[in-house]
Design a protein around this ligand. Structure first.
Ligand SMILES: [Zn+2]
Length: 69
């Protein structure tokens, strides 16, 4: 059966000093913002990137190639 595959990426990042545990940045460059904020301020920052794969006709995100057997 042919497989339709979607990949959605969710970015969350923030600064422990400025934002507590809350995420302040959600864009695709959230990791770069966290790294730059650390360099500018010396604050401890963090970034999470979640990959969500969906198989089927109504997936979230971008249609993508999946080489999984
Ligand atoms: Zn900060």
């Amino acid at each position: 059966m042919p497989r339709t595959t979607y990949l959605a990426k969710t970015f969350t990042a923030g600064c422990f000093i400025c934002h507590g545990g809350d995420a302040a940045w959600h864009s695709a460059n959230a990791q770069a913002l966290a790294a730059r904020h650390h360099d500018l301020t010396g604050h401890e920052t963090w970034c999470n990137i979640v990959l969500q794969w969906t198989y089927g006709e109504h997936g979230d995100g971008e249609p993508t190639e999946d080489k999984t057997e």
